[in-house]
Design a protein around this ligand. Sequence first.
Ligand code: PLP
Length: 451
Amino acid sequence: MDAQPNSPEARDIRYHLHAYTNARKHQETGPLVIEKGDGIYVEDAAGNRYIEAMAGLWSVAVGFSEPRLVEAAARQMAKLPFYHSFSSRSHSPLIDLAEKLVLMAPVPMSKAFFTNSGSEANDTAIKMIWYRSNALGQPQRKKIIARKRGYHGVTIAAASLTGLPSNQTSFDLPIANVLHTASPHYWREALPGESEEQFSTRLAGELEQLILAEGPETVAAFFGEPVMGAGGVVVPPAGYWEKIQAVLAKYDILLVADEVICGFGRTGAMFGCQTYGIKPDIIVMSKQISSSYLPISALLINDRVFEPIADESNRIGTFGHGFTGGGHPVAAAVALENLNLIEERDLVGNARRVGAHMQERLRRLAVHPLVGEVRGVGLIAAIELVADKAAKAPWGSVGALGGLVNGLLQDNGVITRNMGDALAFCPPLIITEKQVDLLMQAVEQALDAAA
Ligand code: PLP
């Protein structure tokens, strides 16, 4: 990139280390600097408009220009810009949000706990689980099982849960006590001739074998996203969650549903747990909780988790955990208004209706020579790109084709994200059918250009 001296691009290259970026290559290619948002669109410094087909980072449910969230933030900022929840202190936005989340939970939940990011929330879940095991007099019950291809964040514990090599290589992760079982990626990992049900049965069997090999009394919890996001939008195969939950119940293992992407409408129901009949003990939520206008995340815990925590904190004198910004009043006020908007405007229904249209349009692409699989539910989907459909083989190295099509789309005014060769679509929940059609036209053009 020939960045003008002192331009935002030049200063970005000079001063900023990017998240999830090849830091050396960035010195040559430079950033895409986004300046403005408008509905499902964002605009760069040169005035180019893009359909934000990833809702930012799977997160901006209400679009990029919602005045009611701006007003909610301004009102709360003027009234009480900061307070916290340490030592029994509280404030109205936090109380209102805790009540709302517990009441809207897909299964009976007892309490909400607030954090700032999905990673912190997952770290917190692990700490709660360990604390609980100690409270129950089961100090050996500390192992956590997550899944290959799962994504739970990047802090030391959350990155250990994450089952993707790039989050662990050279970071000396995972930490002890975190194990990984198979991913439910049917298209990629089923045996020849295996049905979805058979694949799910095999995976549940593998989970049970892992639990037995480790010793069931040492396994505390299982973490999973209802639909895997960053692992390539992996939709669970038929029977998967039912069979996995039967194994967990057999050995009294807690289930943590990471709803950071699925939560608040993405799958066409308020929670992914409802779409797939999941009954967790802990729900982790973030992103669409506030449409990411401000950072906030939360855990909902049931009485199986809360009661022992209450006992142990009583024994020690405190539950020694919490973040300065956890349940920040401005973020909580924005989250509340955002959840009100999702309900008032029936954005969950929109995700279901317009999502069905998006899924149908994407499935038409299955015949394209570069498309190996189309998968998704509601307003989340991926197309897996291949050079050879029969062999499911990549084009050169894994990610080369995904990167190429992603780049072509950006040149044509669409921002998406390729995870390897899986190209993801996760637009704001406000998207219309007409806008989906525009998006799909651009995708078809990019695929044809790459073919
Ligand atoms: N869990 C899931 C399912 C996610 O998709 C993400 C982020 O993409 C996280 C956790 C981590 O969230 P954060 O980036 O806010 O730490």
